[in-house]
Design a protein around this ligand. Structure first.
Ligand code: GLN
Length: 490
C-alpha cells in the first residue's frame, strides 16, 4: 500500500481520502517512512517537523469527518523550499547566515495552502539564497539526484525536486529566478512550473532578485501542478508586483483547452552546447505535437540566445546585492563572535555567514550598481531586457507557446561544474530569457538518456496563459508514460 501511495498522483490520492479509504494521518506516515528510508542518501530535507505535520494531518482528518474538507489539497503534504516562510519553522535559505532563524509569519502561499487544508511537510535544501544550478551551493550539504546518487538534482530548487522524485513528498514549492524550478524538474523527471511574474505572491519569499523571482510548483503530473498552482495563485495586497486578475480553475482548463495549437520552435535553442541525446528527445516531442495536428513554426529569438545570460547576471546580481544588504548581523542573521565594533560586525558576520557564490554575486552586483558603472552595465542590461521581452512577445503574435529543451544536458556529476561558475551559469541558457520576459514556463519529462537520466521538454507560454500552457503540456503527458517511471533508489 505505502509504495503505491507515495508515487500516486495527488488527484488520485485525494479521491482515496474523500472515499475514506485512507486517512491523512496514514498518508503522512507513508511519506515519513519513505523519508526515513531514503533521505540519508538523497539529503533533500534541511529539516522536518514531524510532530507538527502529524498534528495538522489529524486536524485535517477531523475536518473531513465533520464534512468540512476544504478541497482537493485537503490533507495533502506539500514540501517547501527553504526560502519560503512557514510560521514557527526554520527559514535558512540553506545559508549559515540564517542557520538559526525561525520564521515569525507565513508567506502568502503558505497561508493559502493552509487555508486549502494542505500540510507543510519539511524544509527542502537549495543553493544558498537560490543562487546556483546544482544545490551544491548549500551550506548544509549536497542533495543527490534520486536517479543517480553521484549526480546533482539541479538547482536551485534541487531539494524540492529530489524530494518529490524520490517519493518523500507528493508536491513541493520551489522558486525560479532564472530556471530554478524548471531545470531541477528536468534533471529529476518531474513537472516543474514557473508561473507568469506577478501571478503568485512573493510575500514571504526571501528575496534573491525581486524583478525575476517567482514561486512555482514541482509535481509528478501536469494535473497535480494545476491543482497546486490554483491553490497558491492570485492577487495579494502584500506584494506590490502582484497582478490583479481572476484565477481560473486550472484543472477545469485542462479539459476545456483543446488543441491544435500553434507552437514555435526557436532555432537558436538547438545549437552548439545542446547534448545530442537531449536534443533528439526534444525533437521527438516536437514531432508528437506535429502528428497531433499542431502547426509547428520555426521562430528566432536571437537576442535572448545571445544576451539573456549576460543580462541576467547583471540584473540578478545588482538586485541580490541590494536585497542581501539586510543580512548585517545586527537586525538579524548570523553575528560574528570575533567582531569588535559596528563596522567589524558587518564585515565579519557577512564574511562568515555567506558562502562563496553569494559573495561573488554581491561583489559583482555592487560593482554593477556603482556610480560610473551603473549606466554602462545596469541601465544597459535593463534596456536589453526590454528588447528580449519584445522579441518574445513578437513571436507570440503567431504562436500559442514555444517548445525547447529545458536544460542543455541531463544531470551532471556532483563536483563536475563547481569549480567553473561560467559553465554552471550555462545550465540556464534556455530558461533565463523566460524570467527576463516575465513569462510562464513548464518543464515536462520527455524521455531518458541511454544512461537512464531524465530529460525535460520546456514549454513557454504567453503571459497569464497558464491554462493553455498546462493543457499543451498535458496533451503530451497523456500520450507518453515517462511520468509513471520512478527512481529505484536501491
Ligand atoms: N541558476 C540560476 C542562478 O544561479 C538561476 C537560479 C534561480 O532560478 N534561482 O542564478
Amino acid at each position: 500500500m505505502a509504495d503505491e501511495l507515495i508515487f500516486r498522483p495527488v488527484a488520485e490520492v485525494a479521491a482515496l481520502l474523500d472515499a475514506k479509504k485512507i486517512s491523512s494521518v496514514e498518508l503522512l506516515r507513508a511519506f515519513v517512512a519513505r523519508k526515513q528510508a531514503v533521505d540519508g542518501r538523497v539529503q533533500a530535507f534541511n529539516s522536518l517537523d514531524e510532530a507538527g505535520a502529524l498534528a495538522l494531518a489529524a486536524a485535517s482528518d477531523a475536518r473531513r469527518a465533520a464534512g468540512q474538507a476544504r478541497g482537493p489539497l485537503e490533507g495533502i503534504p506539500v514540501g517547501f523550499k527553504d526560502v519560503i516562510a512557514v510560521e514557527g519553522q526554520p527559514l535558512t535559505c540553506s545559508s549559515r547566515m540564517l542557520a538559526n532563524f525561525v520564521s515569525p509569519y507565513d508567506a502568502t502561499v503558505t497561508a493559502k495552502l493552509k487555508a486549502a487544508g494542505a500540510i507543510p511537510f519539511g524544509r527542502l535544501n537549495m543553493d544558498e539564497f537560490a543562487m546556483g544550478s546544482s544545490t551544491e551551493n548549500s551550506a548544509f550539504g549536497v542533495t543527490a539526484n534520486p536517479w543517480d546518487l553521484t549526480r546533482v538534482p539541479g538547482g536551485s530548487s534541487g531539494g524540492s525536486a529530489a524530494a518529490v522524485a524520490a517519493g518523500e513528498v507528493p508536491l513541493a514549492l520551489g522558486s525560479d529566478t532564472g530556471g530554478s524550478i524548471r531545470q531541477p524538474a528536468a534533471l529529476c523527471g518531474l513537472v516543474g512550473l514557473k508561473p507568469t511574474y506577478g501571478l503568485v505572491s512573493r510575500y514571504g519569499l526571501a528575496a534573491f532578485a525581486s524583478s525575476l523571482d517567482q514561486i512555482g510548483t514541482l509535481a509528478h503530473t501536469v494535473e497535480d501542478a494545476a491543482l497546486l498552482l490554483g491553490a497558491i495563485a492570485g492577487h495579494d495586497a502584500h506584494d506590490s508586483t502582484s497582478f490583479k486578475a481572476e484565477v481560473p480553475d486550472y484543472r477545469a482548463e485542462l479539459a476545456k483547452r483543446q488543441g491544435p495549437w500553434r507552437l514555435g520552435v526557436p532555432k537558436e535553442f538547438f545549437g552548439a552546447g545542446l547534448d545530442p541525446e537531449v536534443g533528439a528527445a526534444v525533437k521527438q516531442a516536437i514531432e508528437f505535437y506535429r502528428s497531433a495536428g499542431c502547426a509547428i513554426k520555426p521562430v528566432s529569438l536571437p537576442l535572448s540566445a545571445e544576451y539573456a545570460i549576460a543580462v541576467y547576471y547583471l540584473i540578478a546580481t545588482a538586485e541580490a546585492s541590494s536585497n542581501l544588504a539586510r543580512y548585517d548581523g545586527i537586525r538579524y542573521g548570523h553575528r560574528s563572535k570575533a567582531a569588535t565594533d559596528a563596522i567589524d560586525i558587518y564585515a565579519k558576520s557577512r564574511a562568515e555567514g555567506f558562502g562563496e557564490e553569494v559573495k561573488r554575486r554581491i561583489i559583482l552586483g555592487t560593482h554593477v550598481l556603482s556610480s560610473g558603472y551603473y549606466d554602462a552595465y545596469y541601465l544597459r542590461a535593463q534596456k536589453v531586457r526590454t528588447l528580449i521581452r519584445g522579441e518574445f512577445l513578437r513571436v507570440f503574435r503567431e504562436c500559442d507557446a514555444l517548445l525547447s529543451p529545458t536544460s542543455p544536458t541531463a544531470a551532471f556529476k556532483i563536483g563536475e561544474k563547481s569549480a567553473d561558475p561560467l559553465a554552471m551559469y550555462l545550465s540556464d541558457i534556455y530558461t533565463i530569457g523566460v524570467n527576463l520576459a516575465g513569462l510562464p514556463g513548464i518543464s515536462v519529462p520527455c524521455g531518458f538518456t541511454g544512461g537512464g537520466l531524465p530529460i525535460g521538454l520546456q514549454i513557454i507560454g504567453q503571459p497569464f496563459q497558464e491554462g493553455a500552457l498546462l493543457a499543451i503540456a498535458r496533451a503530451y503527458e497523456q500520450a507518453h508514460a515517462w511520468h509513471t517511471k520512478h527512481p529505484a533508489l536501491t
